[in-house]
Design a protein around this ligand. Structure first.
Ligand SMILES: Cc1cc2nc3c(=O)[nH]c(=O)nc-3n(C[C@H](O)[C@H](O)[C@H](O)COP(=O)(O)O)c2cc1C
Length: 202
């Protein structure tokens, strides 16, 4: 069984989502002998944003060595995702949504003919066999009915995009209110780590 672990927080060891994603991987590693783990840090090895040159080169147009290398990096990301049975994602909220580094990764895995296709009844997800577990961390609170709810575009976006590519086995562990104060941070982190201990084995 293969697990792909992705982090996207720029805050290194101070990151809440990194601590939680790492705890998730530890829990699954202990519970699943022989689990093969691939780790990708989207901040130390960022992916290039998509451009017209990438899309043209992918269609066979002549391109520079730089664009070819970036296309190969994107293909490697897609192959890693397709090969994974379980994906563990660290996803902090930046300006109400995911970090741009994580968006660049999503741009490489949401690919027509690979993870979705358009059929007679509209879009159809092709990545349905995966389990995806997301460690979310947010500075504030965005629950239904709260004043900030309309600005929640992190969890809603990830639910939407993974749903679009067919993932139905999506689990979210949230640590909220991280910037409200140290007590809130400790409580949210402890709550998230407690939720990790209840995750089903792989
Ligand atoms: C650049 C930046 C932008 C942020 N934007 C938001 C935001 O829009 N809403 C929010 O609730 N928290 C925001 N925060 C706070 C983070 O979501 C919070 O600190 C969270 O713990 C970040 O995850 P991490 O600890 O894994 O990096 C922001 C933090 C940073 C560094």
């Amino acid at each position: 069984m293969k697990l792909l672990h992705i982090d996207s927080s720029v805050l290194g060891p101070h990151s809440v989502s990194r601590q939680v994603s790492s705890a998730i991987v530890d829990r699954l590693r202990q519970a699943t002998p022989g689990l093969a783990i691939t780790y990708r840090d989207l901040t130390t090895t960022p992916l290039a944003h998509l451009s017209g040159s990438h899309l043209a080169a992918a269609q066979g147009a002549p391109s520079s060595a730089e664009v070819q290398a970036e296309l190969a990096a994107g293909q490697a990301v897609l192959d890693e995702f397709l090969a994974a049975d379980i994906v563990v994602l660290g996803a902090p909220m930046y300006n109400f949504t995911i970090p741009s580094q994580l968006k660049a990764w999503i741009d490489r895995i949401v690919v027509a003919g690979k993870t979705f296709k358009y059929g007679a009844n509209g879009p159809e997800g092709l990545a349905g066999s995966k389990r995806v577990i997301v460690a979310i961390s947010r500075g504030g609170f965005y629950g239904a009915g709260t004043p900030m709810a309309a600005l929640e575009h992190l969890e809603s976006y990830l639910r939407g995009v993974f749903g679009f590519i067919g993932v139905t086995n999506l689990e979210l562990i949230q640590a909220d209110g991280i910037q409200i104060g140290p007590e809130h941070r400790e409580k949210a982190l402890a709550g998230a780590l407690e939720a990790v201990t209840k995750l089903q084995a792989a």
